[in-house]
Design a protein around this ligand. Structure first.
Ligand code: NAD
Length: 374
């Protein structure tokens, strides 16, 4: 069987989630190429060696540029802070490597456009990891929308709420600095919410955004006795309108006390409605106006039958899956695209599409003005 030799850059949260996916994918699916976990890259050699050993990476490198020079690497998996995505992805494409990239796509639209241009010029497979698109319940929502079950869409209500910054002692890490993260939850969480809105409803026509800073100073990650300025917003609320006329609201925050990682959407249409909550990710709520009057109400579909996307490859029908499974679903589709010269969505085109919305929202947050996108 043909092999796809992988390198990963970054070995913490997403490094672990991706490594798990590369390990699992051939056990539950039949990829057209066998993933070979060739090299893990990071800066802390000791931690990197332990990571590589635990997750099954054959070797390590401490400079991603050296990884790209190697001719025994076919694809690069980018799991680093956001400011590094553009430089690594462009260099990887120029070296002829396929690219599996974490979100948010890049710090700026200009960077994102350069990444897309480099990937298209090189003819490599490019994938952007908005993993929530590959939750079976979200894919069922997409199918119901495409089959006309909810009709013309009136409202998209998205929210991505976390609470890890409620603790004032949480240090000033890379996600709170402009240079490394571009923005706060608008980029980090908003990129996921906007991607799902694109996937399920369509493109935006205009956007308004209001940001808020609750805590302006935090202990430095490297020295807890000193503090530094939080350079990004703490919460961002987007409202807008899609090109198809539906209204949108998206709430992104790291200050939703008690909401640990709550990513939700509600879609209200002329004929029906849908609702999903990541914290109960196997369920889809579906309201159909076609139901008889004495049965009207939201039904609760547990999306665990083998007929649903990806589900049949896991356990017997009726058994739930979890957070890590959507990463495995991305891995199988990426491997197949690399093997067949195909594409896998969302890709760098979707990254550019989302960055246009996020930059418009950031501009609105700054000026207080509505921004037209189309
Ligand atoms: N898909 C999702 O739902 C999801 C969830 C969390 C994070 N992310 C994204 O994944 C990316 C990584 O986030 P994370 O939470 O894993 O961050 P993290 O801080 O846990 O890990 C970052 C890793 O990058 C490495 N790194 C930093 N600079 C490097 C360099 N110059 N060369 C090589 N390695 C370097 C660090 O050593 C670390 O291993 C970010 O873009 C983030 O937005 C996505």
């Amino acid at each position: 069987m043909k092999e796809l030799r992988l390198a990963i850059v970054g070995h913490r949260f997403m490094g672990r989630a991706h490594s798990n996916a590369w390990n699992q994918v051939s056990k539950f699916f039949d990829p057209a190429v066998k993933p070979v976990m060739q090299v893990a890259c990071g800066r802390d050699e000791e931690a990197l060696r332990a990571f590589a050993e635990r997750w099954g990476w054959a070797g390590i490198e401490t400079d991603w540029r050296r990884v790209l020079e190697r001719d025994d690497i076919d694809a690069i998996d980018i799991a680093t802070p956001t400011h590094l995505h553009a430089e690594i992805a462009i260099a990887a494409a120029e070296a002829g490597k396929h690219v599996f990239c974490e979100k948010p796509f890049a710090n700026t639209l200009a960077e994102g456009e350069a990444m897309l241009a480099a990937a298209e010029k090189a003819g490599v497979v490019h994938y952007l990891n908005h993993n929530y698109r590959r939750c079976p319940a979200v894919l069922l929502a997409k199918r119901l929308i495409d089959e006309g079950e909810i009709g013309e869409v009136y409202h998209w209500r998205g929210a991505y709420q976390q609470s890890w910054l409620v603790n004032p002692q949480h240090p000033l890490d890379w996600k709170l600095r402009k240079a490394t993260a571009a923005a706060g939850p608008l980029w980090d969480l908003g990129s996921h919410a906007v991607d799902l809105a694109h996937f399920l409803v369509g493109d935006f026509a205009e956007i308004e955004c209001r940001g808020k800073q609750f805590v302006a100073e935090r202990p430095l990650a490297e020295d807890h006795t000193a503090t530094g300025e939080v350079e990004v917003e703490c919460a961002a609320l987007i409202t807008g309108e899609f090109q198809n006329g539906a209204l949108a609201s998206i709430e992104t925050t790291r200050y939703a006390t008690g909401r640990r990682n709550r990513h939700t959407f509600e879609i209200y249409g002329r004929k029906g409605a849908l609702a999903w909550d990541m914290e109960d990710m196997n369920r889809l709520q579906f309201y159909s106006g076609k139901d008889p009057a004495d049965r009207l109400g939201f039904r609760d579909i547990l999306v665990t039958e083998s007929v649903h996307d990806y589900v049949g490859s896991w356990w017997p029908s009726g058994h739930i899956i979890g957070y890590e499974h959507a990463f495995v679903h991305a891995a199988i589709d990426f491997l197949d695209a690399c093997a067949n010269g195909g594409t896998v969505e969302p890709d760098f085109r979707d990254g550019v599409r989302s960055l246009k919305v996020l930059e418009a929202a950031a501009a609105s947050m700054e000026t207080g003005r509505r921004v037209r996108l189309a």
